[in-house]
Design a protein around this ligand. Structure first.
Ligand code: FAD
Ligand code: SF4
Ligand code: SF4
Length: 480
């Protein structure tokens, strides 16, 4: 069925309906509704089917975007789904939470001609949500079973993508995670209003249905030794993410009610999942009725301010030391936060935290952007005499994450790390300094994105397969 593409000329860009800020402030539901089928087809039809699709080049998974847009425009959704899932283990998750403005959509040529980008992420989400609804999403069924077993430490997107790819090849796969639920930051970090938890849970179940075994509440380096896993499996993949919260050095930082971002977000996500969370119930990780100050300008900070709004905070202020144009977080998320009533203090950084036992205010400096550093970014510097105070009943520190000290934690000093503490791997083979031990995701890249974790997980799986094939060929020739 031929469908007219290139409709961007006469058809305006339309995102799926976004719930009004006043309404979405009151709950943790996702803020965008689903396209109706006609709207999805129309919006997909705006694509100009570029010969060199920059959207695809700038998608870390190199998704075949023009093809699935064309099939969607033609109403051939099952085929669109098949193409979309061939390169991405979690298309409906990426469609929801990729910062598309910096990746696929940010490089769409029709955006650059002033017509408004094709809404690639929303169409990707629509295709796979429809596939789930219609029962087209099925667990992987390998053509043959293979005897080799692979252990994966970490059930975040990198570990899960690798597990599904390895299972596809018939390997026996076991995942170990210190949390009680599967998904890593997808389940406990990213809030429900960006990614509803059922979306993660149905993926975790699908992967289990394909034959992958989960060991939850399993702290590797704690009760389970890393060495025991090396003995048990033919190969290991470390996909543990980065969890050591960066701290602030300022007087008063040890006062009560100054909390790390992830503690705040995990408590909120656990409440949403129906868990009992004492630190939420006693108010220490609950923003209700409070003046909240969040420090940081990344996606984690945006998630904290918007979570605080939904918990019923009195006032939510975000302090960021650079300006809006230089913040690391997605501009789309900042706009959403502003709509929901968050106050941004750009070019402001904490000087001290005031209070007796508990924090009662943040004293901040105004900043200006000075000369550029070696990376080309202007360094913020305080403006003398510019101090001002912001009332605060709770302060949330969202300054980013560093890796844990894995060689120490796993008791393997030979495991080499970079100067940032991330795992050193061969960039072609994904192998660490330990033979048969591979690594992928944030623990290699540093805090990054879900789509990169999926990409790394898939690539690492391919390299693990090659490693095992080589090993088995060597064993056969030695036996001959
Ligand atoms: P993780 O998702 O961190 O998973 C690692 C897993 O390893 C965890 O389940 C952990 O419990 C487990 N683990 C760690 N150590 C051990 C151990 N010793 N033993 C056993 N298990 C262990 N990215 C986006 O693309 N879009 C977003 O909107 C977005 N929002 C974010 C919001 C927040 C608040 C945060 C913190 C991050 C966000 N990110 C976002 C980044 C994204 O979540 C990460 O880049 C991605 O999850 C990394 O995947 P991973 O598999 O490497 O690690
Ligand atoms: Fe865009 Fe992310 Fe989907 Fe790639 S995976 S097409 S970057 S939304
Ligand atoms: Fe279509 Fe935009 Fe990609 Fe070109 S860059 S193929 S117009 S989505």
């Amino acid at each position: 069925m031929a469908t007219k593409m290139l409709r961007f000329v006469d058809l305006e860009q339309r995102m799926p309906h976004k719930r009004a800020a006043e309404e979405r402030r009151k709950d943790f539901g996702e803020i965008y509704e689903e396209y109706v089928p006609e709207a999805a087809a129309d919006q997909a039809g705006r694509c100009s089917q570029c010969g060199v699709p920059f959207c695809q080049v700038h998608c870390p998974l190199h998704n075949n975007i023009p093809d699935w847009l064309k099939l969607t425009a033609e109403g051939r959704l099952q085929e669109a789904y098949e193409i979309s899932q061939a390169t991405n283990n979690f298309p409906e998750i990426c469609g929801r939470i990729c910062p598309q403005d910096r990746l696929c959509e940010g490089n769409c040529v029709i955006e650059q001609s002033g017509h408004g980008t094709v809404t690639i992420g929303s169409v990707e989400k629509y295709i796979t949500d429809t596939a789930w609804e219609k029962g087209w999403v099925k667990p992987v069924r390998p053509l043959e079973e293979r005897p080799e077993s692979i252990g994966i430490v970490g059930a975040g997107p990198a570990g899960l993508a690798a597990a599904e790819q390895l299972r596809r090849k018939g390997f026996q796969v076991e995942i170990y995670d210190r949390y009680d639920r599967i998904g890593g930051l997808l389940i406990y970090g990213i809030p429900n209003f960006k990614l509803e938890k059922e979306v993660v849970e149905r993926r975790a179940k699908l992967i289990a249905d394909s034959g992958v075994t989960y060991h939850t509440n399993c702290d590797v380096g704690g009760a389970t030794s890393f060495d025991s896993l090396r003995q048990k499996h033919h190969a290991l993949l470390i996909a543990t993410g980065v969890y050591k919260a960066r701290d602030i050095k300022a007087p008063g930082v040890g006062l009560e009610n100054i909390v790390p971002a992830l503690d705040f977000l995990v408590a909120s996500n656990r409440k949403g999942l129906g868990d009992s969370v004492p630190a939420f119930e006693d108010g220490s990780l609950n923003a209700e009725g409070k003046n909240v100050v969040v420090i940081g300008g990344g996606d984690t900070a945006m998630d904290c301010v918007r979570t605080a709004v939904r918990q019923g905070a009195k006032k939510v202020t975000c302090l960021y030391r650079r300006d809006r144009a230089n913040m690391p977080g997605s501009q789309r998320e900042v706009a959403n936060a502003e709509d929901e009533g968050v106050i941004f203090e750009w070019l402001a950084a904490p000087q001290a935290f005031l209070g007796d036992k508990q924090v009662s205010a943040v004293r901040a400096f105004r900043m200006r952007l000075g000369v550029a550093d070696a990376t080309g970014r202007q360094t913020p510097e305080p403006v003398e005499g510019s101090e001002f105070d912001i009332e605060a009943d709770i302060v949330i520190k969202a300054l980013g994450f560093d890796p844990e000290d894995l060689p120490n934690l796993f008791d393997v000093p030979e495991l080499q790390v970079t100067k940032w503490g991330t795992l050193k791997t061969d960039f072609r083979t994904f192998e660490t300094s330990l033979e048969g031990v591979f690594a992928a995701g944030d623990i290699v890249r540093g805090a990054s994105l879900v789509v990169w974790a999926v990409r790394d997980g898939r690539d690492a799986a391919e390299q693990i397969e090659k490693f095992l094939a080589k090993k088995s060929a060597a064993a056969k020739s030695a036996a001959a």
